[in-house]
Design a protein around this ligand. Structure first.
Ligand code: ADP
Length: 457
């Protein structure tokens, strides 16, 4: 059965409240009845003691029993619904009330139903000077005698219980409607936005403010999902256009040159063939890049773990880059904090790839005469490497995307050779090492990449 969350929540809250109200009404009723009955029993036992004392008094003052000995008590007994019989020491009736009078009178309505009860009687000795001179029998139609006021008092209490129950239910219903709205509205909005995202409207966002943590998390997740889908969509479109551009350029060069050669317009020389071969090599590189991208995407990277000294690894990478940097008139500097331990558990080749990519970017996106500074430090838990350059920097709007696959910033940068997957690989490899990377950059000022690698991951 399909039901809205609001309806379901309201039903749950209201049914729980009905059960709670009924249960508490029942408990209150039982407790009050018990306490009331105990109180009445106490009153009755005091009454019995008083009756015995009264008849003792009568015996003493009259010097014996006669047929009017109990008459004075008759009115009170009649009004209080009990019946008296006075017996002498031989248990012979001296005086008695007609218990049918009481029975007729007892045909009273209690809680809406006729109640007469079973007639029960108790006999009490009347002792004078240590000798039993008679007996008094007190009979009644209910174990606890209730006067009309007592019954209406109990009825009043029951009506109050019912009234407070109904009032509670009304309040609970109102609260449940408001509360369930607090849950259902944001969930409705979430489901509407998810459907919209599903239909490809990646700009759909939720604007729900809720004080409920889970709903806030859900809203934030849906919004970041929308952002992710949006940027992935942009990247995908960009990727397709970039790949087709990258392929079309060398292909056109090849085709034009080959056609010209076939038509005999340009001579077939070794130089020409070498330059065409360079284009084919570019093709190959492009395919290699796509292959690395596939690896990154399909989680195919497997680490060969060992102890890696990051400081030594960096020195070796810098040595490899010394010629390329000198050719571009870029200076490379490394600074290592003294007496620190730079050993981590990791995959040497993969970590080397991380720093090759970062340092090559520092050189590639730099200006002649520029500098790349590498700083290595460590604390108890991690080794921290900073790679800083004073090159062309990254635009503020491009910064959030530099780690995305095939992201290469604006078109003007496409003159610089690259594939846009170097940083994607860096991030992936670091994630596999439980490491992280941060980037800070200012356009035309320079860029700093800070890498953190856990010593024990
Ligand atoms: P590639 O270098 O192959 O283009 P990367 O993934 O290594 O791809 O870098 C992605 C983009 O980030 C680059 O195209 C460039 O726009 C920007 N970028 C990366 N490193 C730097 C840097 N040190 N200085 C300026 N821009 C950079």
């Amino acid at each position: 059965m399909r039901q809205s969350i609001r309806k379901r929540l309201s039903i749950i809250i209201i049914s729980c409240s009905v059960a709670a109200v009924l249960l508490s009404a029942l408990l209150v009723n039982i407790t009050i009845t018990n306490t009331f009955n105990k109180y009445m029993e106490k009153i009755q036992s005091q009454r019995n003691t008083r009756l015995v004392e009264y008849f003792q008094q009568v015996y003493k003052s009259d010097g014996g029993w006669n047929s009017t000995s109990g008459e004075e008590m008759m009115h009170e007994a009649y009004m209080s619904n009990y019946c008296l019989s006075l017996l002498d020491d031989n248990k012979k009736v001296v005086w008695e009330m007609n218990h049918e009078d009481i029975q007729n009178k007892n045909h009273m309505k209690v809680n809406g139903k006729e109640e007469t009860g079973v007639y029960t009687s108790n006999i009490f000795d009347i002792d004078v000077n240590g000798k039993t001179v008679g007996y008094i029998i007190v009979g009644q139609y209910s174990p606890v005698l209730l006067s009309q006021e007592d019954i209406s008092f109990k009825g009043q209490i029951n009506r109050s219980i019912v009234f407070s129950g109904v009032l509670t239910l009304m309040i609970v219903t109102a609260i449940s409607l408001i509360l369930s709205k607090q849950f259902s509205e944001p969930i409705k909005a979430v489901s509407k936005t998810s459907v919209s995202l599903l239909k490809g409207n990646y700009n759909s966002r939720l604007n729900v403010k809720s004080s409920i943590e889970e709903i806030r998390n859900l809203t934030e997740s849906i919004n970041s999902l929308g952002e992710k889908l949006n940027s992935q969509d942009l990247l995908r479109k960009r990727l397709v256009s970039d790949i087709s551009h990258e392929i079309r350029t060398p292909l056109n060069v090849l085709q034009n040159n080959l056609e010209a050669m076939i038509d005999g317009i340009i001579p077939i020389t070794t130089d020409k063939l070498n330059s065409l071969n360079d284009e084919v090599i570019r093709f190959g590189k492009l395919l290699n890049n796509l292959n690395s991208l596939k690896q990154v995407e399909s989680d195919e990277i497997v680490l060969k773990l060992g102890l890696v000294n990051i400081s030594e690894l960096l020195s070796s990478v810098i040595e490899d880059f010394s010629i390329a940097a000198a050719e571009k008139d870029i200076k490379l500097f490394i600074n290592k904090s003294e007496d620190r331990d730079f050993v981590v558990i990791g995959d040497y080749d993969k970590l080397k790839q991380v720093f090759i990519n970062l340092i090559s970017n520092g050189i590639k996106f730099n200006k002649p005469g520029g500098t790349v500074w590498i700083n290595v430090d460590s604390d108890e838990d991690s080794v921290i490497i900073e790679i800083k350059d004073n090159g062309i920097g990254i635009k503020k709007e491009d910064l959030p995307y530099v780690f995305e696959r095939m992201y290469r910033g604006d078109k003007s940068r496409h003159k610089i050779e690259g594939s846009g997957i170097g940083l994607t690989l860096v991030k992936k490899i670091l994630t596999l090492h439980s490491g992280t990377i941060d980037v800070e950059s200012r356009e035309n000022k320079g860029t700093v990449f800070t890498v953190y690698i856990n010593k024990n991951n």
